[in-house]
Design a protein. Sequence first.
Length: 251
Amino acid sequence: MKPLRKLISPKVYGINNVPRRRALLVGNHTLLGVLDLPLLCAELAERGRIVRMLGDHAHFKVPGWREALSSFGVVEGTRANTAALMRRGELILVFPGGGREVAKRKGERYQLVWKNRMGFARLAIQYGYPIVPFASVGSEEALDIVIDADNPLLAPMRLIVEKVLGSPDVPPIVRGVGLTPIPRPERQYYWFGERIDTTEVRGRQTDEPTVRRVRDATKAAVEEGIAFLLKERENDPNRSVIKRLSGSERR
């Protein structure tokens, strides 16, 4: 990852909010997930934080791909797997938006598409696991959506994906560098917020108002983090890849 990290030169805010163990990192997934996850995990690893990532079920139905993900420490995001990781006190990362948030439509840039998913909050409450909200900005300027899943042209693909993978989430057709799908080298920005404590409500995972309150607090924190990063990016004099590679930025 070193060459890519040098090219992208991510900026990280709030890393001291992330413990080395026993926390659930919850944040936004970005378009296609091609830049946010690998670079985010590399930045965390560089600072001594090794995370176990929870992957969408559809990934683990693809031979070869599931083995590749597993080799990088990704596990299928089931309740049983997450509970096992929590009992071991692991640092865990999850995107509640899952495949739907990766398969963004036009006009959904940096929007959270969590629907009614509350599983992460339920498990955090069950095990008294602290939640660290995080936000990622940059990937969704690296690619332009040409055709999204709502376009009738992708209807045949939707049928295939749903039948083979059991998922309604079809990735859009995108354009990056020129007419290729290669992402433009946009700078990435990562933010980690203050921990959301769940010890006071531990064991109340069947109480729906409590679960929804924790989930909504996390969602609001992530949205605040996204807004913060968008503002920081606009004021970043070294956002340009040319300026970054020229060495004009102070380290």
